[in-house]
Design a protein around this ligand. Structure first.
Ligand SMILES: NC(=O)c1ccc[n+]([C@@H]2O[C@H](COP(=O)([O-])OP(=O)(O)OC[C@H]3O[C@@H](n4cnc5c(N)ncnc54)[C@H](OP(=O)(O)O)[C@@H]3O)[C@@H](O)[C@H]2O)c1
Length: 286
């Protein structure tokens, strides 16, 4: 049984590889990446490190050779990645991969205004259309991304949001990796889509309350519209296209598309998911 992980030099890829390598012989683990040199340490442990770039389909046949189960990590090229990911699915099918696990987004439906949805929905469809068995892991927003937001709220006394009263079931990247590794190493779950979430859904008001507790000071909740939120992100230095993607999650939050809490992390891994408050306290409290 050979297990492969694409994008293995990315943060989720590396975390997933670490979990898989806890229980699987490294010689049966294939790690694909655009930058094999970044995985020299895992190659030294015996893992097979291979070059794969979804924008260069010629790299994919060799990369997926002999692989049984594949974790296909969505790339960061939002808006341009659908064709890349379709190419990866097609190459995996041609190489004889039997099961693909894909990292998606909660509620990838047309009504969901998050700008990442179209690529994920298209990739999920490509999986359903393929001959290969699949599992979809719809990862909620990473909990650690709220650390700077709350840190800034503690420093400034203001927490700015465009999410209204909507809530988000933040999950840690480690829990996403552990869930993926559980399926890769144990198999099963074909034809299933799971919401990968933290233990609870939190609103911006909840985040402000956490900032008050951590900072020991008043923190005002400042509600703005999507345009103003995007302007703030650009003023903070985010490039236009990234600011636009990030700001679109405000509308998704208000629409309730990120609020679903599931038991999938505990069901798949056997341990409870980490709470956002624990991540933030560990990062910000001395
Ligand atoms: N749930 C969330 O809050 C959240 C937040 C941000 C992103 N995401 C999504 O989740 C994915 C994994 O998150 P992360 O934290 O690991 O992000 P990351 O560290 O930024 O990793 C980006 C990933 O994209 C891969 N990639 C980029 N271009 C590629 C290409 N042409 N061919 C193959 N792979 C390519 C990279 O692989 P190599 O560099 O190894 O080739 C790497 O695995 C992201 O790529 C994104 O789709 C989710």
């Amino acid at each position: 049984m050979t297990i492969a992980i694409t994008g293995a030099s990315g943060a989720l890829g590396r975390a997933s590889a670490d979990f898989v390598l806890q229980t699987v012989d490294p010689r049966e683990v294939v790690l694909t990446t655009r930058r094999p040199e970044a995985l020299a340490d895992l190659a030294a442990r015996g893992a097979q490190v291979r070059r794969a770039d979804f924008t260069d389909p010629g790299t994919l046949a060799t990369a997926f050779e002999g692989v049984d189960r594949l974790l296909l990590i969505s790339t960061d090229a939002v808006g341009a990645r659908l064709d890349q990911q379709r190419a990866a699915i097609s190459a995996a099918a041609d190489a004889g991969v039997r099961h693909i696990v894909y990292t998606s987004v909660p509620e990838p439906v047309p009504a969901n205004p998050a700008l990442v949805v179209a690529d994920h929905a298209g990739t999920e469809q490509a999986l359903r259309d393929s001959e290969v068995a699949w599992t979809v892991l719809r990862n909620n927003l990473y909990a650690h991304m709220q650390v700077p937001t709350i840190g800034q709220a503690v420093a400034s006394g203001r927490l700015v949001t465009s999410g209204g009263a909507g809530a988000t079931a933040y999950v840690t990247r480690e829990d996403c990796a552990a869930a993926a590794a559980a399926i890769l190493t144990r198999g099963g779950h074909e034809g299933r889509a799971y919401d990968i979430t933290g233990p609870e859904a939190l609103s911006a008001a909840d985040l402000a309350a956490l900032a008050r507790e951590i900072g020991g000071r008043d923190v005002e909740l400042v509600e703005v519209d999507d345009a103003a939120f995007g302007t703030g992100l650009r003023a903070a230095g985010l490039p236009d296209h990234i600011a636009e993607v990030v700001a679109s999650f405000g509308a998704a939050t208000r629409g309730g598309f990120l609020a679903q809490v599931s038991s999938a992390v505990a069901d798949l891994t056997g341990r409870k998911p980490t709470a956002l408050a624990d991540v933030v306290r560990a990062a910000l409290q001395p």
